[in-house]
Design a protein around this ligand. Structure first.
Ligand SMILES: [Zn+2]
Length: 198
């Protein structure tokens, strides 16, 4: 078998995920307006306030086909390091791993992932790939209390922010990444460096 440095995108995989995506969308839209964006083989859900339609947080979603039972089969959870770029936006970000059938899930925050240990391992598709490795207790499990989990984390996040009153969320026209910025003439996008305000 030819191994490649990064897993290639597969259309059939995408087709299989359609039902599971609509299930989680249905669940979240009870509470938020949800905009789905698929980017770099990953599902990004932008969750917005129902009244103002302002983006509140993002969910990066992944289906794990090796997880087929109710309980997660390993003591630790590995997340590909290449997903780091999806966790860079300056908004609260949650990461959800769903099992093969979309019946169980694990959710954690970007902070838990970015602060975790990294390892390298071989996978079916890759050699020496770098991963974040998180203990299972860094995750909340299951659909039950999922919305409550998100709301508690969002509240904690608000408490830890300072002088955010004159900042706002801006989606860059060039790289499409959202940053929290303050208006300033000549300001450049913190991600792709293009000039935002002339
Ligand atoms: Zn940009």
């Amino acid at each position: 078998m030819i191994k490649e440095s990064e897993k290639k995108y597969s259309k059939t995989l995408d087709e299989k995920t359609r039902d599971i995506k609509s299930k989680i969308l249905k669940y979240l839209t009870k509470k938020w307006n949800v905009e789905l964006k698929e980017k770099e083989n990953t599902i990004n859900l932008y969750c917005k306030d129902k009244n103002t339609n302002e983006i509140i947080f993002k969910i990066v979603m992944e289906l794990r086909f090796s997880w087929t039972t109710s309980e997660f089969p390993y003591a630790t959870v590995t997340i590909p390091y290449r997903k780091k770029n999806l966790l860079q936006e300056d908004i609260p970000i949650f990461y959800i791993i769903l099992n093969k059938y979309g019946t169980e899930l694990l959710i954690t925050t970007k902070e838990e992932i970015l602060n975790s240990e990294t390892i390298t391992k071989d996978t079916v598709y890759t050699t020496n790939e770098k991963f974040y490795e998180l203990p299972l207790n860094c995750f909340h499990k299951g659909f039950e209390n999922l919305i409550e989990y998100i709301e508690i984390k969002l509240e904690l996040n608000l408490d830890s922010e300072e002088e955010t009153f004159d900042k706002f969320l801006y989606r860059c026209d060039n790289c499409e990444v959202i940053s929290k910025i303050k208006y300033k003439k000549g300001l450049r996008c913190p991600i792709c460096d293009i000039v935002i305000f002339n």
